[in-house]
Design a protein around this ligand. Structure first.
Ligand code: ATP
Ligand code: MG
Length: 468
């Protein structure tokens, strides 16, 4: 028997129906036909039908609302249709995958179409799985964090990624704005195309226009040849306008026009050009305040902030600090072939209470520096630069306990149970250690485990980043 769902044959011509049914059964497929009583869409649903072979005239008769209900039946459903007329009626919805077959039916042709339909389904499945694993990759490997604000951020990113809407990412320096922008691009349908970053603050004002829109030869001194701009490079992809708050007024006007019409003129060109670009902008300035002081155009602000995303500073999600330290420590140990074993409880507690004005970037740089300077052993408070020591207080990091709500635990697209359970277990262990200030005995009590069991788990999971 073949894997997958059932093939349903809808034809009022009993001879054809029985022939097709016998043939496909002989080939080993799961086949169903109507019992004449059960409503059409119920049969499709109950039998987990994923291929529908139908006489199109008959289909219109028994299911006039087929177009509307198609994707609700089974997202994998493919229609193999035959008989004229009717194709145009059924094909009103361009999303319906339809393979057509001529009449009288040729059984070889039918067999190859069923195989093509299955291929089509596995490709769709592959797309969905790769999207899911991309999301998983983002959550577990790229953007570290399990605090409530980070979870909300991940949800937001996965939702907006599938749309084409302009996104404005705000947040202090080093919070991960560019990382978030790249994640949105990676999870969008544009991921195969360019992600083009432009740092509006780093390019001199007089060059920024040509950098963005390109120029034609001779349009200004130094324009020796035609040059395409970042907008054109990002065609069909994503343009990341970083530090948008630093853009000067004259360019803001031009930017507004591109956002409105997806049309721009290269410097010195007489004709405008069309582009299909998704725009993500970022700034660590407060754009609303800049609007009030007339330093940023209000209309442009509204155009940009169709979907506003704010990344919270690290000091407002201190419970992410141990996980970030662990990640960076593992990464830099591997990069530099060093073997720093971990942080002492006191050192960890000091870092947990620090204000982190430079946010994740500052933490990342600190861990890199400590791994280089220390090389091996355990990082103690004495190893930390002076500025981290001034606020030496015991760790009072709030601890995030994930709330298990059985209703929304399983994402729509499914989940990899093993890695989800593993991640959940890691989070609980890390939180228990954070709460106990790194004391494994206390953490084991919190987790209702033997100390030795916890230590074994830490070793197995390579989570031994806090040393007693
Ligand atoms: N949640 C996170 N998990 C892992 N690494 C992170 C996270 N957030 C930021 N980083 C790392 O911190 C550094 C700074 O991130 P990024 O450049 O995205 O910040 P930014 O908000 O754009 O900063 P700036 O405003 O200074 O441009 C990068 O090396 C990035 O990989
Ligand atoms: Mg940045």
């Amino acid at each position: 028997m073949h894997e997958n769902g059932t093939i349903f044959i809808a034809d009022n011509d009993v001879k054809t129906r029985d022939l097709v049914s016998a043939f496909l059964t002989y080939l080993g497929y799961n086949v169903a036909v109507s019992d004449g009583k059960t409503p059409f869409f119920d049969i499709l649903r109950k039998n987990n039908v994923d291929i529908l072979i139908a006489d199109l005239m008959y289909l219109q008769f028994i299911a006039p609302d087929f177009n509307d209900c198609f994707s609700l039946v089974n997202p994998q459903l493919v229609l193999i249709g035959y008989g004229d007329p009717g194709v145009s009626e059924i094909k009103k919805d361009p999303d319906i995958p339809l393979f057509t077959l001529s009449k009288p039916l040729n059984l070889d042709e039918l067999e190859s179409l069923v195989m093509r339909a299955r291929e089509h389904q596995s490709m769709k499945m592959y797309d969905r799985t790769s999207k899911k694993s991309a999301l998983h990759h983002l959550l577990s490997a790229t953007m570290i964090g399990s605090s409530p604000p980070m979870r909300a951020l991940f949800d937001m990113i996965s939702k907006v990624a599938t749309s084409n809407a302009t996104v404005l990412i705000q947040g202090e320096s080093g919070t991960g704005k560019e990382l978030a922008a790249r994640a949105i691009h990676q999870l969008s349908d544009r991921h195969g195309k360019n992600f083009v970053p432009v740092n509006c603050a780093a390019i001199p004002d007089e060059l920024l226009e040509s950098e963005l829109f390109g120029h034609v030869k001779g349009s200004f001194t130094g324009a020796f040849a035609n040059r395409i701009g970042r907008f054109e490079m990002a065609d069909n992809g994503t343009l990341f306008l970083d530090e948008i708050g630093d853009m000067k007024a004259n360019l803001q006007v031009k930017m507004l026009r591109v956002l409105q019409n997806r049309e721009f003129e290269p410097v010195g060109a007489s004709k405008s050009q069309k582009v299909d670009v998704r725009i993500i902008a970022a700034t660590n300035k407060n754009l609303e305040e800049l609007v009030v002081t007339n330093d940023f155009r209000e209309d442009l602000y509204y155009r940009l902030s169709v979907i506003p995303i704010t990344i919270p500073p690290l000091r407002e999600r201190r419970e992410d600090i141990p996980l970030l330290i662990h990640t960076f420590l593992t990464r830099f140990n591997a990069d530099k072939r060093n073997a720093v074993k971990g942080f002492s409880r006191e050192a960890l507690s000091i870092l947990g209470n620090y204000e982190w004005p430079g946010n994740v970037r500052e933490l990342e740089n600190l861990v890199e520096r400590l791994v280089i300077l220390k090389g091996s052993g355990i990082i103690a408070p004495d190893d930390l630069p002076e500025k981290y020591l001034s606020g030496k207080v015991p760790c009072q990091a709030p601890v995030y306990i994930p709330r298990l709500s059985p209703d929304n635990l399983l994402p729509e697209e499914g989940i990899c149970l093993n890695s989800a359970v593993d991640e959940f277990e890691n989070n609980l262990i890390i939180q228990a250690l954070a709460r106990s200030g790194g004391n494994k005995k206390e953490a084991a009590i919190l987790l209702n485990l033997k100390r030795t069991t916890l230590i074994e788990k830490l070793k197995k999971k390579n989570l031994a980043f806090i040393e007693d």
